[in-house]
Write a protein that binds this ligand. Sequence first.
Ligand SMILES: *[C@@H]1O[C@H](CO)[C@@H](O)[C@H](O)[C@H]1NC(C)=O
Ligand SMILES: *[C@@H]1O[C@H](CO)[C@@H](O)[C@H](O)[C@H]1NC(C)=O
Ligand SMILES: *[C@@H]1O[C@H](CO)[C@@H](O)[C@H](O)[C@H]1NC(C)=O
Ligand SMILES: *[C@@H]1O[C@H](CO)[C@@H](O)[C@H](O)[C@H]1NC(C)=O
Ligand SMILES: *[C@@H]1O[C@H](CO)[C@@H](O)[C@H](O)[C@H]1NC(C)=O
Ligand SMILES: *[C@@H]1O[C@H](CO)[C@@H](O)[C@H](O)[C@H]1NC(C)=O
Ligand SMILES: *[C@@H]1O[C@H](CO)[C@@H](O)[C@H](O)[C@H]1NC(C)=O
Length: 915
Amino acid sequence: MAINWFRLICLLGVFYSTIHHNDAKTVLIQELTKWTLRSENSSLETSVPRMPSGVYTALKDFYGDLLDPGNDVALRWIANQSWIFSTKFDSAEMGHEMVNLTLHGIDTVSQVRVNGQLLGETDNMFVRYSFAIGHLLLPSPNQNILEVEILSPIQEASRRFRELEKEGVFTGPPSCPRARGDVECHRNYLRKMQMSFGGEWNPVALSSGIWKPVAVEYYTVAVLRDVDVAIKRNKTYWTLDCRAFLDTTASKDFYVDLKAYASDLLDKPFVLENQLVSFTSPVLEFQISIPEDRVTMWWPNGYGKQMLYPILFKVKCYTSDAVPNLSSRTESQKILKVGFRTLELVENTDQSGRTFFFRVNGHPIFTKGANYIPAHTLPELSAETESVEYLLKAAHQANMNMIRVWGGGLYESENFYNLADFYGLLVWQDMAFSRAAYPLEKDFVASVCLETAQNAQRLSYHPSLALIAANNEIELFLVTNKSDFGEGANRIENDYNALFDTIMGELSIISRNDFSPRPGPMISTPSLGVAPYADDMPTNPQDPNYGDVHLWVDDKDGFSPETYPHARFVSEFGYASLPMLSTWQRALGGGSNVSNEEIASLIRSRQHDIKGFIPMLQQISYQLPFTPQNWDENIEKFIYFSQVAQAMATKTAIELFRSLRTGNQTMGALIWQLNDVWVAPTWSCIDFYGNFKLIYYWAKEFLASKCVIALYDASSNNLNITLTREDYADHLDSQFYNVLINTYLWTDLIAKKTIARAFGLGSNQLEVRPIPLELLLYENHSKEEIFLEIVLEDKDKETVARNYYYPVPMKNISGIKDPELTVQVAGQDCNNAQSPYTNSFSLLVTVRFPALLVYLELVHPDYITKRHTFSINGFTQTEPRKTVYLLFEDDSECLTLTSDDIKVQTINQYLLQNN
Ligand SMILES: *[C@@H]1O[C@H](CO)[C@@H](O)[C@H](O)[C@H]1NC(C)=O
Ligand SMILES: *[C@@H]1O[C@H](CO)[C@@H](O)[C@H](O)[C@H]1NC(C)=O
Ligand SMILES: *[C@@H]1O[C@H](CO)[C@@H](O)[C@H](O)[C@H]1NC(C)=O
Ligand SMILES: *[C@@H]1O[C@H](CO)[C@@H](O)[C@H](O)[C@H]1NC(C)=O
Ligand SMILES: *[C@@H]1O[C@H](CO)[C@@H](O)[C@H](O)[C@H]1NC(C)=O
Ligand SMILES: *[C@@H]1O[C@H](CO)[C@@H](O)[C@H](O)[C@H]1NC(C)=O
Ligand SMILES: *[C@@H]1O[C@H](CO)[C@@H](O)[C@H](O)[C@H]1NC(C)=O
């Protein structure tokens, strides 16, 4: 129910919607959807099957999918030439109106022509361009021809680089050419998604295209583009501080009538009449007050509901001598769904440095989540509703409450931010700059200012938007590589300061310092935080006692809590792993008949990390019995081990960070990375086809609001048991919990002993209690022979959470047995009452001895391409019988399954093999 209503609003809210075609009072928006594409020399011409589109998407039927094996290199020539998109349209009417051609996103450098006349050029894919075209249009029945000629991004990036060099503008790193074939050069000279030039977890994918809608707009005076709403509260009222941003062609000040409809909030529409607006900065500012008792607040996931209220804004614009009448296209509108919350970034000086955490509705939040990369490496496919919703819903279901939109990607679609609002995912938004020196050149700076203003105005009202960081890792990059830059170092630093000071200034358009200030912006991530912004560049942006850190420690033992600094906020950290076997088979276009050599060679070619497989193999070797040299001889084992190592190391880190919430020391941790753009060894939790890696299943538990954590403290030989509640209740009073620690031998399903500890814990509280490890061992058995199960029960003896502690690295376990594990398909249910069908299976897993990290994998050749989820996976089983559910949510048929369709791996099997 809720979802359907939400979708409806999304549809209405799209501002280029065509619902008002026939209403002559409103701005007419004629979206251009039928295009053809031709090559530079016209040797190829094809109609474009769908919009938005780009060359790789439109030419898929001719040359294959860019993401098919080898095509990232084989199809690079497509990005090495110009392509022309063209369309024809009738002019809807030729009255006294203004007519503009508005291009919401062109990727990237293009020349735009109407009826053969050059209208203008675009060179920033993050900017909306609009051109007055009334004077060029032919009256009906003549057709107008629009051509967008998109220049090669490879050629353009290097041409711009050479030109600036010639003009004496200082050009900065990353230098080029690179020896490796998996990146293209000079990305910093184009305002194009930076990851398109290739990187560690993605291909070179130099798209060219129309990645957002193109429309012809007929209007009289102005068009409403965005409304920014900032919200604050006092005891009796919520106040919406609104700014309506208009675009106009007027050359003198004009008048605006505005109405705001919000039936859940206001008894009658809010009305403003005859407001004079300046044509040089056409913004209408106003405030709306809402009695406090009409509002249910918006909370981040895990802390409360995500209540959203639609508000419809309608404006009529007219000049004094064109008072609006029924036949003038004066009215334009916009629907927003606002959420009522307050949000602050708390940076208080304390004994170790300065805090860095978010306080929402007055409540400190431990921020946990993941870094998001575009849902598709081709920008025109990055906003697909189905894939974005799948990922954000998955983040929500894994108990995440923040998503960081990384600076090497995009400013995401409306759809993305609406879904983040809906799922309670706070958004940390980087601006689209990453690890490079950008040129301080007049046109470049002007374009970046436009990019900043347009995107800030569009995004800032969302209740999910928590922070804007102006770039990813540039300060870190400049500080770390300073000595390599030699004489240029100071110059680079000055240019950086000048460019980003300008951007920070531009962001003041949404800061609301005079109202209820929004957090940030923060100049760079990682950095020392927002507070010290006026200072010089920090000598160590990674100082753990200030701001945020990007933590890359994959050369150290990730399973030891000592590896991790007690940082304030870890906005990036993670471990790499391989996607499951069926994902590789599918990427190779086949099922189980794909050979091992083919898979191994694809894995090798997709490994773009400069360090290769070393970090992954090293993490595995700390814990698991594995001979790294021969990984390709047993790929299934390598995949399973890599996923286990990723999950275990990440879990250790997150648990340590959560246990450091006392005193606000650590208040956030974001895993790198949620999703994937192709099938490759990467740091993702969810693979390219949407399959969950083991870490994802574990994240549901290690990110849950109520958790019991067990971390070994080497200096005291204690096991620290931490009980944490990250939640919010009106009544903060303490509740009773019981922690049971069961000691098992690897040889027996029955716990040998149990120690209980009672805790009383209130909302958003945390308690750490050290217990000597000696107390938890069993008789004269060594640590190699035992493991601990830690169960958290509430006052009704319901299990709230469960955790395990393995006192030695798994490769050193002694006495482990073959669990004699069986899986049966015990039940099945096909719900075909609604479309799509839901198929669910209950799998009965039986064991006779403890089974370590049971990993279930669907291997049915026809079903592996269907999205499916196990209720749990990678679990340690001490119960003789355990039921696991397997769910297929999106089907048009009832499925059947046998136990042969489920493959099982356990650590037991590999430990026994080794002996
Ligand atoms: C046009 O360009 C394509 C691809 O760049 C090339 O293969 C073809 O030979 C060219 N055709 C002509 C007629 O020049
Ligand atoms: C692009 O074309 C130029 C010649 O115009 C050539 O030197 C270069 O190698 C080509 N690059 C790619 C990636 O095809
Ligand atoms: C129409 O294009 C002109 C530039 O040609 C621009 O100044 C104006 O703001 C545009 N109008 C709208 C509604 O975007
Ligand atoms: C609370 O806000 C409302 C609306 O802005 C205002 O009218 C009222 O005076 C404020 N009350 C207090 C106590 O500040
Ligand atoms: C109504 O608006 C149209 C279009 O702007 C204009 O041509 C016409 O003169 C106006 N009529 C009146 C009565 O103002
Ligand atoms: C942590 O922050 C909260 C919320 O601002 C504050 O109430 C509390 O005193 C802080 N704790 C410490 C130990 O500084
Ligand atoms: C265990 O708890 C003690 C006391 O609270 C603390 O000093 C120590 O750092 C903790 N160790 C770990 C690994 O959490």
